[in-house]
Write a protein that binds this ligand. Structure first.
Ligand code: 26V
Length: 809
């Protein structure tokens, strides 16, 4: 259809007029983006319809990935890539004097997620479509995505992310597929001689309206669906005249309270707060999603008994776990199926991934709040808990400790992780160490009772977005060397191993890296008005701001390096550019202080003439997917320095590796598996192991005060947090100092400081041996294939979902 440039050009000009009512000269970059996007969407729709027809005709098992977050970023570039249209599109636009990159930049990021968990869901959608797996996303169409971050005087300021303001060219509203979701009210039991019927009364009804976005597979004609639900009042066109004053206000109040459900993405990450609106969000999309699945299934199949054969529902963390009682409700109340059979169907259909073991992230809902909002669902969970505890009692009679530790309802709360394990056929962690910790510690008792349910699925990232799209020059170089096989079989990247010693390949790889660094440096100059040295080490830590991720450890190293440089102006070191990007949860005080600290330090160092160009510190504002695509290709060093045992997996580590950056990291999350792949000579590891950390937690013996007393370098850096060194109000950084010194440093920053600075010294030396560094870098790329989400998704499909790959003509 658009295979040749001329047809493409004509179609574009045509669309331009139709969409914007403007000729090319008058059109803004956004107009042109909308026209191109519209054209690509139209082109996709035929494949979309065909894919669905094919799934129907094959009666293929469908996977539904339920997630409260999908951090998609921009779609134009990745859609063009997956459709194989990038070259023709670029050429056609060139002819018209239009720069495709500029149009791509006109698209707003779809920032419907907080961080790793939401981005993982987006990578999985790309892999499912690209592998021809019938797998669809189900979530919420937030009116406002993750907040926009501005840095004002070094402080984070949050602005609303009004990403839908100018329209969303990719989505399709499907009002005919809307369903009703019910909140509040009461449940009446009607008993007859045959059975008891539960009638939900006086509820508040909310209309869930789906918006579908095509998920385009890479070069395979497959187009899956991401269905995002929007909350609307059931009756929106009020007949205002018929209301008395009070009714009128009530009606307006109702409308706004309903719309609030899909209004905003909660900016919390790894921190649970029991807010009713969040619970509403969870039930809202889960109920809508399950109703829609059952409705679709019903059209084709007779009995719901076959649901587990034809449908797999995956819940991304505990946020969508109400899928379990909701499916039970529909099977029992609406389909008239008995409890035992309903339970078998439900547990056979649903599987669950755990993404964190941080205690503060565990969801537990106050019983009363829950029962008030979802009376029927509460009854079902209550019954699940009764039966579950009875089963445990039969197996472990008298073992109260075990049973109470596993109960779904305990201490007046509903424990969502317990419900997830009890009600699903599979529970997986996201890296080997994480799964091991789940089995041995956090979910030990569940593992004893249900060992067969537990399995590991180490995370992955889509190499299409994170290498081919973000770093086309490197992708081209790889293909030149080893052919294009790695695109479909990323494991074939190991073919690069024999090039890591090849001087000419090394040189070319170095050239690509330098040009990518120049692009990032150009952005830094434009936005922040200072220059960074392209020959310096681009040392990058980009991720959510969190104490356990230890941005503070990075900061202490920079302060120490700065001190050393001032003490010895001839210090033998490679110049470094330390780059940070991070959003803090708006209510997370210490994380916000850390952002202020990084910015204050940057200001001091960047303006200190004694330092010159040897150290620069940059805090990149508003870290998000589209910015990440510019950062990873330009990175030399990947900072993965969480306290061992705390980072479930990490996925940034994989994106860095894929782009030839070298990791400095702890033995945590997927870092361990990266270490095993690349070998000790291609990574810098340091610090306490997860066991050592656990031992300290269990047996004590850690004293940050002692570490401070015994290390003069450490003392110097820590003291400057509170001794007036920083030109800020006296106690500005006191809470950081106190967390390290008064509260005994929960995340072992001081404990790992010496090992970290030593590893940094090794890294510095390695960087200055250009040939060696390039070899390490290429080896990292070569081993990155394992960490493609294609590998991960094939494992999910085979081990958990029982889903097959299907070709679409
Ligand atoms: C948890 C909570 C708790 C309740 C309130 C809000 C909220 C929002 C998000 C989360 C999820 C935190 C879990 C998470 O993001 N885990 C990350 O998952 C990544 C993908 O598996 C993994 O690479 C990271 O290591 C892990 O921290």
């Amino acid at each position: 259809m658009f295979r040749d440039k001329e047809t493409f050009k004509n179609a574009f000009l045509e669309k331009m007029q139709a969409v914007c009512g403007k000729c090319l000269d008058e059109a803004t970059a956004f107009d042109k983006y909308m026209a191109l996007g519209g054209m690509i969407r139209d082109y996709t729709s035929r494949k979309w319809v065909k894919t669905n027809a094919r799934y129907l005709e094959e009666d293929a098992k469908q996977v539904y990935y339920f997630s409260l977050e999908f951090l998609l970023g921009r779609l134009l570039g990745s859609n063009l890539l997956n459709l194989g249209l990038t070259p023709v599109c670029r050429e056609a636009l060139d002819d018209l004097g239009i720069d495709l990159n500029e149009l791509e930049d006109a698209e707003a990021d779809a920032g419907l997620g907080n961080g790793g968990l939401g981005r993982l869901a987006a990578c999985f959608l790309d892999s499912m479509a690209s592998l021809g797996i019938p797998g669809h996303g189900c979530g919420i169409r937030y009116r406002y995505g993750f907040f926009e971050q501005r840095i004002v005087d070094g402080y984070q300021v949050e602005l609303p992310d009004n990403w839908l303001r100018d329209g969303n060219v990719w989505e399709l509203r499907k009002p005919d597929k809307a369903v009703e979701v019910r909140f509040y009210g009461a449940v009446r039991e009607e008993s007859s001689s045959e059975r008891t019927v539960f009638v939900h009364e006086n509820y508040q009804a909310v209309l869930a309206v789906p918006y579908d976005t095509p998920v385009i597979g890479y070069g395979n004609n497959t187009v899956n669906t991401l269905r995002l639900w929007s909350a609307e009042a059931v009756q929106t066109d009020f007949d205002f005249s018929s209301f008395s004053h009070g009714d009128y206000l009530q009606a307006v109040e109702y409308k706004y309270s309903v719309e609030a459900i899909s209004q905003i993405l909660y900016p919390d990450d790894n921190h649970y707060k029991g807010r009713e609106l969040r619970l509403k969000q969870q039930y809202f999309f889960v109920s809508a999603g399950i109703q829609s699945i059952v409705r679709t299934f019903r059209k084709k199949n007779g009995s719901l008994k076959q649901l587990p054969e034809k449908v797999a529902i995956h819940v991304n963390d505990t946020h969508p776990v109400l899928a379990i009682p909701e499916l039970m409700r529909i099977l029992i109340d609406e389909e008239g199926i008995g409890w035992d059979e309903a339970w078998e169907i439900t547990t056979g259909t649903i599987s669950y991934t755990n993404h964190t073991i941080l205690a503060e992230a565990m969801e537990k809902w106050p019983k009363d709040l829950f029962r008030n909002l979802l009376p029927r669902i509460y009854m079902i969970i209550h019954e699940i808990n009764e039966r579950f505890c009875r089963e445990l009692w039969d197996r472990y009679p008298g073992d109260w400790d075990m049973i109470s530790s596993m109960a779904i309802i305990a201490d007046n709360h509903i424990k969502m992780a317990h419900l997830a394990v009890a009600g699903s056929c599979s529970i997986n962690g996201v890296a080997r160490i994480h799964t091991d910790i789940l089995k041995r510690q956090e979910m030990k008792n569940f593992y004893i009772v249900y060992p067969h349910k537990f399995n590991n699925k180490t995370n992955g990232v889509t190499h299409r977005r994170w290498l081919m799209k973000a770093n086309p020059e490197l992708a081209g170089l790889i293909t030149e060397a080893i052919g294009p096989g790695w695109i479909r079989e990323p494991a074939e990247l190991t073919g690069l191993l024999k090039y890591s010693a090849d001087p000419s390949f090394r040189e070319q790889a170095a050239g690509v890296k330098k040009r990518n660094k120049a692009v990032l440096a150009g952005m830094i100059r434009d936005k922040y008005s200072f220059d960074v040295d392209l020959d310096s080490i681009f040392d990058v830590q980009v991720k959510r701001l969190h104490a356990y991720k230890r941005q503070i450890l990075n900061v202490l190293h920079i302060m120490d390096l700065y001190n050393r440089l001032l003490e010895n102006p001839n210090l033998d070191m490679a110049p470094r550019t330390f780059i940070f990007g991070a959003k803090a949860a708006p209510s997370y005080y210490q994380a916000k202080t850390t952002i202020k600290l990084i910015n204050t330090l940057a200001h001091i160092i960047n303006n200190d003439r004694r330092v010159g160009d040897r150290i620069k510190v940059v805090f990149l504002e508003n870290y998000r997917v589209s910015l990440a695509e510019m950062i990873f290709p330009a990175a030399d060093v990947s900072e993965q320095i969480s306290t061992a045992g705390k980072e479930a997996s990490g996925t940034g580590n994989m994106k860095f590796m894929l782009n030839g950056a070298i990791t400095i990291g702890t033995m945590d999350g997927a870092n361990i598996e990266i270490y095993e792949k690349v070998g000790p000579e291609n990574i810098f590891t340091f610090g306490l192991t997860a066991e050592e950390v656990m031992d300290y937690y269990r047996s004590g013996g850690y004293s940050s005060r002692d570490l401070y007393e015994n290390d003069s370098r450490l003392r110097l850096t820590l003291d400057s947090l509170v001794n007036g060194f920083f030109p800020v109000p006296a106690d500005e950084f006191r809470n950081i100092y106190n967390s390290l010194m008064v509260h005994n440093d929960e995340f072992f920053v001081l404990g790992d400081f010496a090992a970290y600075t030593a590893a940094q010294l090794n890294l510095d030396r390695a960087f200055r041996d250009k040939a060696k560094w390039l070899e390490m870098s290429i080896n990292n790329i070569a081993y990155a294939g394992t960490f493609s989400s294609d590998r991960t998704i094939l494992e999910y499909a085979k081990d958990i979902w029982g889903a097959r790959q299907l070709s679409v003509e």
